[in-house]
Design a protein. Sequence first.
Length: 397
Amino acid sequence: MFKHVDYYAGDPILSLVETFKQDERPNKVNLGIGVYYTDEGKLPLLDCVKTVEDEIAAAHTPRAYLPMEGLAGYRKACQNLLFGENSEAVAAGRVATIQTLGGSGALKVGADFLRKYFPKAKVYVSDPTWGNHIGIFEGAGFEVCAYPYYSKNHGGVRFEKMTEFLKGLPEHDIVLLHPCCHNPTGVDLSPAQWDEVLDIIKNRKLIAFMDIAYQGLGDGLEQDAYAIRRAEEIGLSFFVSNSFSKNLSLYGERVGGLSAVCPDKEQAELVYGQLKFTVRRIYSSPPSHGGNVVDKVMNTPELYKQWTQEVESMRQRIALMRTQLVAVLNEKVPGRDFSYFTKQRGMFSFTGLNPEQVDRLRNEFAVYLVKSGRMCVAGLNSKNIDYIANAFAEVLR
């Protein structure tokens, strides 16, 4: 009956995790998967989350279904974090927000919605982008193409090529953007560059879909939302998918959100209804535990303050690891410029290593990276950074 079913080779990143688990070498290091680890190499449980989970456990409440759109406090938290507490669009009721199954669920709901109402559109993603961006939008039935973004030659954005390309797209095509902490390169646009890109999107009547999974881990919670708030300021209608997986360390709870900024309140209500209907046809309602944790942390002033401090500590540790890696590499490989590591932002870096060098790191040193050379900087710590830098130096010679 199922002989005609295609073979699935597995997701390259998640498959790498399984290979890593089977590796018995004591010095192994996983720099592949996008997960934040502490300096002790542990997945953190934030103190603000512990407090809320203790309260939830003590209350012994029944586990009712959440509404299709999720918890009201959760949705409010998404809006405040993305658009700011003084957002005109939020105050005017122009933002339709739902709680989703992580950032991936937000992308899926948004993709299905757009496919229904803009069936002739094409989707454009950065070259390169997170692989699942392509899979999700292709799975919704879109043709997915790429716009110029990263330059391997100078390690920055091919900005002129990017803007020239966007100016040639027909109206209502969809452009997927990374507001901060670009995955996989770590190379972000400057505020001035964002202004230019968003003006092009507005003038060309393109549909911007911003995916922000790492807010707070780049330059700070407010700074990382620049592109989103600028898009609202200039009057764009656009989508934003966000995730609390990284900045609340709630990976397995699947806590994300999807927001649509609309021209007026009436259109926002129509979009809101269809987003709920889309959820109903996929998974009916989001999970309650993670939703309640986010709701309480984000809407309790003292817990929110504690959370912002914990996120800032995470951001600073990532920045420190970048600085220390550059210092060690400069010593081990003199005459080569490694400053790109400190210019990049967020959890990821493009190391500049080719697939053969990545294979050598894995086979000879038990250091695991994605084939593209993408490294999760949050996997570095004070105990392994010298070892990793030495391994890098060996394969670069």
